[in-house]
Write a protein that binds this ligand. Structure first.
Ligand code: FIX
Ligand code: ZN
Length: 414
């Protein structure tokens, strides 16, 4: 079997990564059939909550004054503050410029008006096609919340779907604020009460089953606080134990746990106001250990949790680690975390997701991530070749296609 000569490994790896088709396993994007829930274009890029948080570090504008501005006025302020008055070296700023550059726009001109004219010249359907093809996206997984009134009404009336946009049933309100969601469930005809009686648990299972049937989700998911523990004698603990895990098992759905978010530490920043906390890995181990017939798709937000999460994945084949999430999606940390995962897990993990909220973001989030993941893989295959084991180009391609999509689909279908 002819392996790649060591002086050609880098070229083979970078070519495989460049050509790898992508399944983006977690985003906040919506297909065009969801109307204005799908965000795209330069103004949406500029008012991404990452950039809003960064803008407020430089200005004294009262939060409410900012929120009372139009989106265009907000975008103008972000552009002036982060790109003109200060150099745009943060990852989120660089991302905006990467998008413009890859779309062939003249970044050197710093001409926001011209950039706006470009996007105004596109239809959403045309731009979705362009974006998916530009970055090699096969499919993105949405975040679909039946408790969101605007989204719920779309699901109840939607005709047809776009196979490039697959669903994930997101249940944060059910798990993290059951008092509020209990009332909504009652309004929708489910016989539930906050006492979480057996009949209530049965009704919650019915609710989940009905939305699984409606959405055909690839997984069920929730973001969870650093304090998340299981088992726990709380509404969250009881609903996970008696409703989420049984329904996931019945339908073969992974339970996606995104752990470590401290919600709204600064409420004035709204969506930009969340922070991070170290979480309890033993809870993840306990769930994987006690529910061997369930699958767990897990990402954790704290850098301090990454090593123990990778070690936990070595112990439980029903645990799939994914992404460098949110505050971890920065070059220095993606590099560190991906190398550690290769060293501990080989190729049995999902290195990245975009978490894109604005369609255009997939262009930069994947371009930046592919570059770093390729760097790490070049190192690892060179280390391999140094032992005398020379991987073939087909093997490298196979491995890379697993990282960018097949590992996810195999886990989903297992
Ligand atoms: O819970 C989540 O899905 C988080 O990713 C979001 O709440 C967060 O705002 C985000 O978009 C991070 O990238
Ligand atoms: Zn997200």
């Amino acid at each position: 079997m002819k392996g790649v000569e060591s002086n050609h490994i880098e070229q083979a790896v970078r070519s495989a990564v460049e050509n790898a088709r992508i399944t983006d396993v977690h985003t906040h994007l919506f297909g065009p059939q969801f109307g204005d829930l799908l965000l795209w274009g330069i103004d949406e890029l500029l008012i991404y909550h990452y950039l809003i948080a960064e803008t407020f570090r430089y200005i004294d504008t009262p939060y409410e004054a900012f929120w009372n501005m139009s989106k265009r006025e907000q975008a103008d302020l972000v552009w002036k503050t982060l790109f003109i008055d200060n150099s745009p070296i943060s990852e989120a700023c660089r991302g905006v410029l990467s998008v413009l550059s890859k779309l062939g726009l003249d970044v050197r001109a710093r001409d926001l008006t011209a950039y706006r004219e470009y996007f105004e010249s596109k239809s959403v359907e045309e731009y979705v096609d362009l974006t998916f093809e530009l970055i090699g996206l096969d499919c993105v997984v949405m975040t679909n919340d039946p408790f969101d009134d605007q989204e719920r009404s779309v699901w109840l009336s939607i005709q047809g779907d776009d196979p490039r946009f697959r669903a994930a049933l997101r249940i944060d309100p059910l798990l993290n604020s059951f008092d509020t969601s209990c009332k909504k469930l009652r309004d929708w005809g489910y016989e539930v009460d906050t006492a979480l009686s057996e009949s209530t648990l049965s009704e919650i299972r019915r609710f989940l089953t009905e939305w699984v049937s409606r959405m055909n989700p690839l997984y069920m998911a929730a973001s969870l606080p650093p304090s998340f523990v299981f088992p726990e004698d709380s509404p969250r603990g009881r609903i996970i134990e008696h409703c989420v895990l049984p329904v996931c098992k019945e339908y073969g759905l992974p339970f996606g746990m995104m752990i470590g978010v401290k919600k709204l530490v600064n409420p004035g920043l709204r969506l930009a106001g969340d922070s991070v906390g170290k979480s309890d890995i033993e809870t993840v181990e306990r769930l994987c250990s006690n529910y061997p017939d369930n699958k767990f798709l897990v990402t954790m937000l704290a850098r301090e949790n990454q090593h123990e999460l990778a070690v936990a994945a070595r112990k439980y084949r029903n645990l799939m680690v994914f992404g460098c999430w949110w505050f971890l999606n920065n070059p220095s940390l993606v590099r560190e975390i991906t190398a550690m995962r290769c060293e501990l897990l080989g190729l049995s993990f999902i290195p990245q997701h975009s978490d894109a909220r604005v369609l255009d973001q997939v262009i930069y989030k994947w371009a930046h991530s592919k570059e770093i993941i390729a760097d790490v893989l070049v190192d690892k295959y060179n280390d391999l070749a140094a032992t005398g084991w020379t991987p073939t180009e087909d093997e490298i391609r196979r491995d890379v296609e697993g990282l960018f999509g097949k590992n996810f689909w195999d886990f989903i279908e297992r």
